[in-house]
Design a binder for this molecule. Structure first.
Ligand SMILES: NC(=O)c1ccc[n+]([C@@H]2O[C@H](COP(=O)([O-])OP(=O)(O)OC[C@H]3O[C@@H](n4cnc5c(N)ncnc54)[C@H](OP(=O)(O)O)[C@@H]3O)[C@@H](O)[C@H]2O)c1
Length: 234
């Protein structure tokens, strides 16, 4: 399958790409802003599976022009995306009183508008049976435990959760399934920023494997669902 993963330069996105490439069944475009980290991803992927087909591309889902990306997909992916994993994200951890409007704008752009932009740019390339998988957070999950300092981040993730439900309805005719995994915790740089010193029982590679598996199979069983993926709080 032709799979595009955003936020692939570190954390669970990095691990999900490696997992997807292990089987040799998929071609993957991996996006993130950090070229050097993407090069490391490519080296590790080639070490694990020398035949893997990975296209790492330095790309900012919020600010970059999608024209060149669309051209690339046309050339290398036959103008078809089967699975889109919207995993890119950023987090600001500040008490509400210190949060600036620019913090809210950054959270909404990176965790919501960026995903809107990429979905709007690519959904017409997605065939019947395709899957859009958004990576949300327990912080944005209705009724979950909330934590001081994470208001802007959590609210932006709640917007992504709601978008998931809306688009699942809107894309019914096209046969595109849309789901969201609301992650609890996995040991990554972002978790350290959110909860300094906290050790998650879930390693990044374990969550990456879960995301990869769900992206490939989850839409046979779910559509329009925001699913909590958490064994602990956080
Ligand atoms: N780890 C957890 O416990 C946890 C819990 C709940 C939800 N999540 C969610 O899981 C996802 C992955 O997070 P993580 O924990 O693996 O954190 P991470 O290691 O910080 O990964 C975030 C990724 O997003 C990329 N990114 C950020 N802004 C981008 C942009 N504008 N364009 C393209 N790429 C961008 C980053 O790469 P560059 O900086 O190179 O662009 C990086 O590859 C996020 O959506 C996060 O909210 C994680």
């Amino acid at each position: 399958m032709n799979i595009l993963v955003t936020g692939a330069s570190s954390g669970v996105g990095f691990e999900a790409v490696l997992e997807l490439l292990l089987s040799g069944k998929h071609k993957v475009i991996a996006l993130a802003r950090s070229q050097d980290k993407l090069e490391r991803l490519a080296e590790i992927a080639a070490g694990l599976n020398p035949d893997c087909i990975l296209y790492p591309i330095a790309f900012d889902i919020v600010h970059d022009d999608y024209h060149d990306l669309l051209q690339f997909i046309n050339t290398h992916f036959d103008n078809r995306i089967d699975i889109l994993i919207n995993n890119a994200g950023v987090l600001v951890n500040k008490p509400f009183a210190q949060l600036l409007e620019t913090d809210f704008v950054e959270m909404l752009q990176s965790n919501f508008i960026g995903h809107v932009r990429i979905i709007q740019s690519l959904f017409h390339l997605m065939p019947q049976g395709a899957h859009i998988l958004n990576i949300g957070s327990m912080g944005g999950y209705q009724g979950s435990a909330k934590f001081p300092g994470l208001a802007a981040y959590s609210a932006s993730k709640a917007a992504l959760h709601n978008l998931t439900e809306c688009l699942a309805q809107e894309f019914i005719e096209q046969g595109i399934k849309v789901n969201c995994l609301a992650l609890g915790s996995a040991q990554t740089e972002m978790l350290e920023k959110a909860f300094p010193g906290y050790e998650s029982p879930v390693m990044a590679f374990e969550m990456g494997k879960y995301i990869a598996d769900f992206a490939v199979t989850g839409h046979r069983f779910f559509n329009g669902k925001v699913l909590p993926v958490a064994v602990s709080t956080p």
